[in-house]
Design a protein around this ligand. Sequence first.
Ligand code: ADP
Length: 188
Amino acid sequence: MRNLVLFGPPGAGKGTQSAFLVDHYNLVHLSTGDVFRFNIKGETQLGKLAQSYMDKGELVPDAVTISMLQQEVENRPDANGFIFDGFPRTTAQAQALDQFLEGRGDSIECMLSLEVEVEELKKRLLARAATSGRADDADIDVIQKRIDVYNSETAPVAHFYKTAGKFKSIDGHGSLGDITGRLVDAIG
Ligand code: ADP
């Protein structure tokens, strides 16, 4: 199995690049943000809970997110491998993912970290609001909160994969094709 973590701040291009990588490597795309939004749309209990955090730009609690992610993986026994997008977002999530995969005789191959400077992130998110319909993209205060949470809670996750020798930094500026090329080169 080829399991990849696509990492980076909000607006770094994780979702966009995932769409190409799933086709190219025949993987299952698993975006925790997408699963939460699906649940919000379906007005499930999980959706209601998640929305209360997402609207504020905060993280959904680890226990909820981890068990949801595990369920999503278990729902795809046919998968060749996964692209994890937006997960893990805390060190506790990274540890849980490692243990969970290990229990299945599996592991993460590498973390691909899309590096984009902060002014560019804000510009991309505000532009995306026009088409995404996402309330968390339309409000600059919520965007700033998401970037702050990324820096305090999520950025340390890179260290976890650096220690394991699995961290790859990718320049996330430039054309979509250029960035895809860098990702493919890094995956090898
Ligand atoms: P972005 O990367 O642009 O912030 P996502 O769709 O990945 O967009 O995430 C949107 C929101 O969903 C986050 O701000 C957070 O509230 C919630 N969320 C997504 N993934 C996780 C996660 N792994 N842990 C906790 N909360 C999450």
